[in-house]
Design a protein around this ligand. Structure first.
Ligand SMILES: [Zn+2]
Ligand SMILES: [Zn+2]
Length: 187
């Protein structure tokens, strides 16, 4: 699999680089590249009343970008703005299920958001977990009830910190089985 990391708006390049390393370590036989040219945050995604951005509008932009990039199997967008989806107050990310496009936001992964002291490691670890989660959705994985699995739905940084950036054996098997089915249908 080939994953491209796309920065959308102002995103700390250190976090993007560390994310690149972490994703390459999680997904076997995968190359992860950092797309050099960032994309601007789409203005139409901003909701003036909520002072937040709609994640599905940003995700659609990533989808369009991913469709054009035939060399990439997945495009993971990263933003550093607050994002929300339909009935949720906020989301850490959103992805196509299944599909090529995924999105994560660093905004609520930073300890400063919660009035805590800045820390460079926490957002790096948390973004890896949320990125693995969203890429998992693009691979056809649903939420998992195992609180340590990357596919566990986290609604707070407590839950993000508790889970790992890896899939539990059940989720891992589902991906393997889906990949096998794909190969067999090609044969
Ligand atoms: Zn999810
Ligand atoms: Zn799982």
């Amino acid at each position: 699999m080939k994953i491209g990391i796309l920065r959308i708006g102002q995103v700390d390049s250190n976090i993007a680089e560390r994310l690149q390393e972490n994703l390459a370590a999680v997904f076997p036989d995968t190359t992860v590249t950092l797309i050099t040219k960032p994309m601007p945050v789409p203005k139409e995604a901003f909701n003036e009343t909520r002072q937040q951005h709609r994640s599905n509008i940003i995700l659609r932009k990533i989808h369009t970008y991913a469709e054009k990039k035939k060399t990439l199997d997945r495009v993971l967008g990263i933003v550093n703005v607050d994002i929300y989806a339909q009935e949720l107050n906020f989301v850490f990310g959103e992805a196509e299920y299944p599909g090529k496009a995924a999105l994560i936001s660093l905004w609520r992964l930073r300890p400063e958001f919660y009035g805590k002291a800045p820390n460079t490691e926490l957002p790096v670890e948390r973004s890896a977990k949320e990125a693995v989660h969203e890429i998992g959705h693009t691979l056809g994985l649903q939420h998992c009830s195992n609180p340590f699995c990357a596919m566990y739905f986290s609604n707070s940084t407590f839950e993000t910190d508790r889970k790992q950036s890896l899939f539990c054996s059940k989720c891992y098997l589902k991906i393997e089985r889906a990949e096998k089915d794909k190969v067999e249908s090609l044969e």
